[in-house]
Design a protein around this ligand. Sequence first.
Ligand code: CMP
Length: 139
Amino acid sequence: SLERTLVIVKPDGVARRLTGEVLRRVEAKGYTIVALEQRTVSRELLTEHYAEHQGKPFFEPLLEFMTSGPVVAAVVEGHGVIEGFRSLAGATNPTSAAPGTIRGDLGREWGTTVVQNLVHGSDSPESAAREIGLWFPIL
Ligand code: CMP
C-alpha cells in the first residue's frame, strides 16, 4: 500500500557529501520525495525521536553524534516504502550490511561508541506517523 516514511541522512552522511547519493538511490527505486530539509536539530527533538532508546548505553553518544552537524530529513512516499527503504539502507551495523545497500556500500565502522550508519528510516507505520509528525509538523 502507499506509505510514507521518514528518512534522515545523518551528520556523517552529510559531512561525507553522500546526501545526493542517498537521495539518488531513493529516487532510482521509484520513491517520491514529498518533503526535504537540511537542518541542525535540537537535543529536545532527538530525545523525542529516539524515546525508545532512552536509558540505553548508546543514547548519549547517539545524541552527541546526531547534534554534531546538520542532517537532511526527508519524507519519502511509495508502495511499501517503510520496509523498502530499510532494505535499501541495509543492516544497522555497516560491517554486516550487505553489498548493494547504502550502509553496505558506503558505511564505515568508526569504532566509536555509537553506530554512525549514514541514514535512518522509520521501522513501522506507527513510527513513521510519529516521526513525520515530529520532524515535519506542517505535513
Ligand atoms: P537508527 O536507525 O537511527 O536508530 C537508532 C540508532 O542508534 C541507530 O540507527 C544507530 O545509529 C544507533 N544504534 C543502534 N543500536 C546501537 C548499538 N547497539 N550501539 C550503538 N549505537 C546503536
